[in-house]
Design a protein around this ligand. Structure first.
Ligand SMILES: Cc1cc2nc3c(=O)[nH]c(=O)nc-3n(C[C@H](O)[C@H](O)[C@H](O)COP(=O)(O)OP(=O)(O)OC[C@H]3O[C@@H](n4cnc5c(N)ncnc54)[C@H](O)[C@@H]3O)c2cc1C
Length: 470
């Protein structure tokens, strides 16, 4: 190691990695070091979103917690920017760094499942789809998000809103304990009794407090569900009624609804291509017959264009994905209390007139188990919010951001209902004001104090950053 100084973030003392430091790390870790000259460097630096073409000085594919600890030390001593990556789906590009070090956990995929005790220890490099397939083999599940390739690392630390949110709560509501490597390189076991402040903070506070190497989750019996996709015509009436029905439904039903122009996909009838549709994904996590009764009012809102809602093993909610899909996106996230007629009309208007390759308003009806956890029990404070809305434009060239950044801003402003609230998992690089919207007053204050204790020099700063209160 070059020396043992702790270099302040952003300080002029940050220096290029020297060969001796790299050799030292290389000789001590089990994982792989990938530098810019190496074969596979371009593949290794690629993240999900196409807009982040960054060239790190070093990528380390770690294999275990002691590798993590050594990479953390290298970042601390060099002062280089540290990007922590699990599934690489950061909306803000936070798992890519220009000239810094990427700590890539994607090879840490062990899962130790106790089917009888209904818990699983899972390494942070697993994706939601991989975890769900492994647990599904036992008829068990923990709820993650809507996309199988998202990493359980970043998703869990942000909160985790998915297809079981109303039945079983956020992903963090199933988090029993975790193992975290902190800025000083120490591996901590964290739960409600041991480091309870840190356990509170990592449930919603993102990657600010250390590198989570393993999570222990509670599992629920979720075997055959009634679920899948239903496509309806997107008129303001149908949008409003859909949200009202989904809100009134029992907790077993969670819906994630994309309003968008129908893509030319084989399962969408050709005459609908180019029209505005409601592409609703849903899971009824209960008795299938009862689920049919609950879903019937949604089916009755309009003649479904596509109805693929059927009994299925829960893991099938994550279909196979194309690894080469790297969209460029502009997006805004918010919580709303209602989708009334005027909000639904704005949604239709903005989407109809967009020139983006794909423009979408995503609506997630919340409530249920998520809302029954007290707002101050974890760092995810927006428990009482009824609806999450994400608006996004997807496009092909980076220079089109000049068109679509203002467009998503205007779209979001047209929908907001006064009180600005945001989900950290969907925040882009949007500034401190937006971080305060994710963490209202007392939550941010407590996070800053805990950050001051565990990461006083802000080593973990490439994230929705909480400034340490030291
Ligand atoms: C297509 C898509 C769909 C999504 N759907 C949902 C959804 O349905 N529900 C939902 O809640 N969210 C969803 N998200 C948001 C997602 O949860 C966040 O973007 C999350 O941060 C991604 O986690 P990751 O591990 O894949 O990302 P990464 O880019 O690897 O990590 C993101 C950030 O999280 C931190 N981080 C990641 N892993 C660790 C770790 N092990 N230890 C410490 N810090 C870490 C780091 O700060 C990192 O910069 C979605 C995102 C995308 C792109």
């Amino acid at each position: 190691m070059a020396d043992n100084r702790q270099v302040a973030p952003g300080s002029d003392l940050a220096k290029p990695l020297d060969e001796a430091a790299i050799r030292e790390v290389s000789s001590k870790i089990r994982g792989d070091l990938i530098r810019s000259q190496a074969d596979g460097y371009d593949e290794a630096r690629t993240v999900f979103y196409g807009g982040f073409d960054r060239r790190p000085a070093l990528i380390v594919r770690v294999k275990d917690a002691s590798d993590v600890s050594r990479v953390v030390a290298l970042a601390r001593e060099s002062g280089l920017e540290l990007a922590v990556r699990s599934g690489g789906h950061s909306v803000a590009g936070h798992s890519a760094t220009e000239g810094g070090i990427v700590l890539d956990l994607s090879q840490m995929k062990d899962i130790d499942l106790n089917a009888e005790g209904r818990t699983a220890w899972a390494q942070a490099g697993l994706t939601a789809g991989e975890f769900t397939a492994a647990a599904g083999a036992h008829g068990l599940a923990t709820g993650f998000g809507d996309t199988g390739s998202v990493g359980i690392g970043g998703l869990t630390l942000g909160g985790g809103v998915g297809y079981l949110v109303r039945k079983h709560g956020l992903t963090i509501d199933d988090l029993v304990s975790a193992e975290v490597v902190t800025a000083d390189g120490e591996l901590l076991h964290v739960d409600a009794e041991t480091h309870p402040d840190l356990f509170w903070a990592i449930r919603g506070g993102g990657g600010n407090f250390g590198v989570a190497t393993r999570f222990q989750f509670e599992l629920h019996q979720v075997d055959t569900v009634l679920g899948g996709m239903m496509i309806l015509p997107a008129t303001p009436e149908v949008i409003g009624s859909f949200v009202a029905e989904a809100d009134a439904a029992p907790d077993e039903l969670s819906t994630i609804t994309n309003i968008m122009v129908a893509p030319p996909m084989p399962f969408v009838p050709a005459e609908v291509h180019g029209q505005l549709i409601i592409m609703a994904m849903m899971v009824y996590a209960g008795e299938v017959d009862e689920g049919e009764r609950v879903v019937a009012p949604l089916r009755a809102l309009a003649e479904p264009i596509v109805d693929m809602v059927k009994p299925m093993p829960y893991p099938e909610i994550y279909p196979p994905e194309d690894d080469d899909y790297h969209p460029i996106a502009s997006a805004r996230t918010m919580f709303l209390d209602t989708i009334d007629r005027s909000v639904a009309e704005s949604i239709v208007e903005y989407l109809r007139t967009s020139s983006a390759l794909m423009a979408v308003a995503q609506i997630r009806v919340l409530g249920g188990a998520m809302a029954r956890v007290p707002a101050d029990a974890t760092a995810f404070a927006h428990r009482g919010s009824r609806i999450m809305v994400n608006v996004a434009a997807l496009y092909e060239r980076q220079d089109e951001a000049a068109i679509y950044e203002p467009w998503v801003n205007d779209f979001a402003a047209a929908l907001r209902q006064g009180d600005d609230r945001a989900y950290v998992g969907f925040l882009g690089e949007e500034g401190e004001e937006r971080i305060r919207e994710a963490y209202p007053g007392p939550t941010l204050q407590r996070l800053a104090e805990i950050k001051g204790r565990y990461d006083p020099n802000n080593l973990f700063r490439l994230n929705q950053n909480i400034k340490p209160e030291v």
